[in-house]
Design a protein around this ligand. Structure first.
Ligand SMILES: C[S@@+](CC[C@H](N)C(=O)[O-])C[C@H]1O[C@@H](n2cnc3c(N)ncnc32)[C@H](O)[C@@H]1O
Length: 280
């Protein structure tokens, strides 16, 4: 089997299309996390940054703006539908942003060609993360900074854990993931992340807990916001093959558990991420 083939199928199939159609919502939802992550950019501007698992590119654009006009950002992703969105976004600053459809784990990068490795939730999907990060490190100038965020454990992320619990009243539980299995929570264990990065040749590894609040839109009803929430993440995966009547029942149950977090305008849910920095 080709490396990362399950993820390549997933992000190019129905799920990838769904993520692409919700990317504007995601970009709004996750912009504060990108901003907080960009606050950790080490001093000394990068000239050529690589954004791994760039998806629809909204954070690539924020990174490019933060680095300034003299810098370029290359977004790499396996998902054709998300890269279509990213390329439309890049039209705003075509001289600064470019996108590449390739598997970051195995792509043959020109050695020493980037001076910053960045990712917002795009590095937890590799079959062999240590080999993938070793490949990425070779693309970096020695000493170049790495900066990414990833999710802590599912149970520490009420924004999706509450919804999963509600959904499981209506749909069968999937087999529990193997520890470290590629997916949004694969980097939940900071010791494992440290071991992967050290094994891939990174130094000065620092992993900080970063709580986040996700605001699911404003001025919409709770039902609308739950409709958005069930499109993505673990609940999106749970509902992928379910008929409309089951999805409707799940949405109703989720709306019930989410009601205390809705203030009449915005649904605000807590989560926990790791902010990870290191040097090539
Ligand atoms: C959760 S999304 C995050 C997208 C984007 N960074 C954001 O914050 O909106 C994860 C992204 O990683 C990409 N991805 C997964 N495995 C990859 C790989 N091996 N190489 C490049 N991109 C990958 C997916 O296609 C998807 O766009």
């Amino acid at each position: 089997m080709t490396a990362n083939s399950e993820q390549i199928d997933y992000w190019n199939g129905e799920a990838g299309e769904r993520w692409a159609s919700y990317d504007d919502m995601m970009s709004r939802l996750l912009a504060p996390i990108a901003d907080a992550l960009l606050e950790r950019l080490p001093a000394g501007a990068a000239r050529a940054a690589l954004d791994v698992g760039c998806g629809g590119g909204s954070q690539s654009l924020l990174l490019a703006q933060r680095l300034g006009e003299a810098a370029t950002v290359t977004g790499i992703d396996i998902s054709a539908p998300l890269l279509d969105v990213a390329r439309r976004r890049a039209a705003a600053v075509p001289e600064q942003l470019q996108f590449l459809q390739a598997d970051a784990a195995v792509h043959t990068f020109e050695a020493n060609s980037y001076d910053l490795l960045f990712s917002r939730f795009g590095v937890m999907f590799f079959d062999d993360p240590e080999a993938a990060f070793a490949n990425l490190r070779r693309a970096l100038v020695p000493g170049a900074p790495l900066l990414f965020c990833c999710w802590q454990a599912l149970k520490d992320n009420p924004w999706t854990w509450l919804a999963v619990q509600a959904a499981l009243q209506h749909v069968p539980a999937p087999p529990p993931p193997q520890p470290g299995e590629p997916g949004p929570f694969a980097f939940a264990d900071p010791e494992r992340v440290d071991t992967i990065l050290a094994g891939a040749g990174f130094a000065a590894i620092d992993i900080q807990s970063q709580p986040v609040t996700l605001h699911w839109g404003e001025g919409e009803t709770l039902a609308d916001q739950v409709r958005e929430l069930v499109q993505i993440g673990p609940v999106g995966r749970l509902l992928a093959d379910q008929p409309p009547e089951v999805r409707e029942r799940v949405r109703e149950s989720i709306a019930e558990v989410m009601a205390p977090y809705y203030d009449g305008e915005s649904l605000a849910l807590e989560g926990r991420t790791w902010f990870v920095t290191a040097r090539a």
